[in-house]
Every structure is written in C-alpha cells, then in structure tokens.
Design a protein around this ligand. Structure first.
Ligand SMILES: NC(=O)c1ccc[n+]([C@@H]2O[C@H](COP(=O)([O-])OP(=O)(O)OC[C@H]3O[C@@H](n4cnc5c(N)ncnc54)[C@H](OP(=O)(O)O)[C@@H]3O)[C@@H](O)[C@H]2O)c1
Length: 270
C-alpha cells in the first residue's frame, strides 16, 4: 500500500538531520514505520533518495540534500515540512561531526567544523522549527555520553555535545509552557561509519565491555527506540532531560571481574 496522506493529513511530521546513514537513518526508518511523514536531510542525495524509496510503502518522505552548516539549511528544511506537509511535529537534530582530537592538536578548521555541524546547525534548526511547532511537538537532540563525561582526546566533540545539553535545557524552559518539549539522547559508542575505525580494534571493544555493567552494546536501533518514546504521548511529561543510552557506563564506576582480576592472577604486574 502506498501512503497517500496529503498536505492537510493529520499524520504527524518529523524532520531528521543526518538521515542518510547510521543513527539518523535508523531513526528515520523507525519514525516512518511508526506513522510519521518525514523530511530527510543530509548531503548525500542518492542515499536520501534510496531511503525515501524504501519508505514509500509505509510513509511519504521529502528529501533535502544540503550541508546542515549552510546558513539557509534550517529554513529550507522547515519550509519543506510546512509546504509539503503543512506541519512539523518532531525535530531530530542528529547530524554531527565525529572529528576527534586532543585540545592541543585541534586546529581552528577542525574546531569550526565541529561547532558548525554539531552545535550551530542544531541551534538554527531549533530556531527555524519552533515557530511552526505547537502543543504536543517535540525536539530531540542527539548528544553523546561524551557530553556528560570527558572523553580522552575528544576536546571539541565533548565541548559541543555538552553545549547541546545546555541548548536542550534552554529550549525546555523557554518553550515547555507552550507544550513544546526538548530532550537529548546521549548514546554510548555505536558501530557506525563514524566509529568504525576504533570500533574494529579489539582493545577498544575489550575496554568498552569491561567498563559497561550490561551485557550488550548500544545500537542505532536503541537510539531510534528512545526517540520514538520521547516523541510519543508516553513520553509527554519528559522535558529538558538527557537520557544516556549506554548500559550504565556513564553512571557507574564499573569494572568487570575479568578486568579487576586480570593483573592479580599474574602476580599483580599487569
Ligand atoms: N556512533 C556513535 O558511537 C555515536 C555515539 C554518540 C553520539 N553519536 C552522534 O550521533 C549522530 C550520528 O552519528 P552516526 O554515528 O550515525 O554517524 P554517521 O554514520 O557518520 O552518520 C552521520 C550522518 O550525519 C550526516 N552529516 C554529517 N555532517 C553533515 C553535514 N555537514 N551536513 C549534513 N549532514 C551531515 C551524514 O550525512 P552525509 O554525509 O550524507 O551528509 C550522516 O547521515 C552524531 O551527532 C554523533 O555525534 C554517535
């Protein structure tokens, strides 16, 4: 069955940035399956077209192939929701730069890219979306556990993700009384194009597992589930929150028994 909801349909509308891959794609697929019409934003047009085609049997999706750091990106994306669908119910600010370097090795170009993509662009998307939103609408920013805790070598990334928490709280206090909620989801490390290089190193996986008091890793599907919940009626009292999706990594000082005893079994010299 092809979706045939027109601009005046009562079906809700979500705008997802960074929808061409990874976490954003998983969020878009789940929102589509849940009944949202979609505005999909990213630079790679062919990937957005493929996603929209995949989703066509279940929902209507419009695409905008644009760099979110372009000054007019947010206005154009929100206009697409308004003109194409007549409404915007949910904004998911997911597009982000994964540039990761220690502070003393971060040049201005890298600092600018991380700030522009992961903080300035979400700010602009919120600014453009809010006038179109009303009671029952919500904004969900995709942060990171490294916005809650320091991440070794993650200077600009950590600073920007912490800034996104500040933006989320400011939005919550400013627009909550109008019925517009804002929350942030902070995933732990998920295997995507952004993290593939170090994810595939056995050392990283071992440390991640030994410091996480849970028996599996976070997935893009977990993030999509959290977004669906936060956007839904079931999540409708949650406002201004940061929700970590990390199996308890950021809220415990956990070390697995294997990690605790590794050195001891070899005379404590490890
Ligand atoms: N993976 C993790 O472990 C992890 C953990 C915590 C938080 N996060 C956050 O989750 C979000 C998504 O990350 P991911 O792991 O899914 O990364 P990913 O697989 O590399 O995907 C990044 C997405 O963002 C888009 N994007 C990046 N820069 C853009 C720009 N300037 N303009 C428009 N779109 C842009 C990319 O699309 P195009 O290339 O087509 O433009 C792509 O769709 C990021 O905010 C990241 O910080 C990731």
């Amino acid at each position: 069955m092809t979706n045939s909801a027109g601009p005046t349909s009562s079906k809700p509308v979500a705008l997802v940035t960074g929808a061409s891959a990874g976490i954003g794609e998983a969020i878009a697929r789940k929102l589509g399956a849940t009944g949202y019409r979609l505005v999909l934003v990213a630079r790679r047009k062919e990937r957005l077209e493929r996603l929209a085609a995949d989703l066509a049997p279940v929902t209507d999706a419009r695409i905008l192939a644009i760099d979110v750091t372009a000054p007019d990106a947010a206005e154009r994306a929100v206009a697409l929701a308004k003109e194409g669908f007549g409404r915007l119910d949910c904004l998911v600010n997911n597009a982000g730069s994964g540039k990761w370097a220690p502070v003393h090795l971060t040049d201005d170009a890298t600092l600018g890219e991380v700030i522009d993509t992961s903080l300035k662009a979400p700010f602009r998307f919120c600014r453009a979306a809010i006038p179109v939103m009303g009671r029952g609408c919500s904004i969900i920013n995709i942060g990171s556990v490294f916005g809650i805790m320091g991440g070794l070598d993650g200077g600009a990334y950590c600073a920007v993700k912490a800034g996104l928490i500040g933006l989320t709280q400011a939005l919550a206090v400013q627009y909550g009384a109008s019925g517009i909620r804002s929350n942030l989801v902070a995933p732990g490390v998920i295997k995507t194009d952004m993290t593939r290089d170090y994810w595939d190193s056995p050392g990283f996986q071992r440390v991640n597992q030994e410091m996480t008091p849970f028996d599996r890793d976070c997935t893009a599907e977990d993030v999509a589930n959290a977004v669906i919940f936060l956007a839904s009626e079931q999540g409708s009292i949650i406002n201004g929150q940061t929700i970590a999706l990390d199996g308890g990594w950021s809220t415990t000082k956990y070390l697995s028994m294997a990690a605790l005893t590794r050195g001891l079994s070899r005379g404590g010299k490890d």
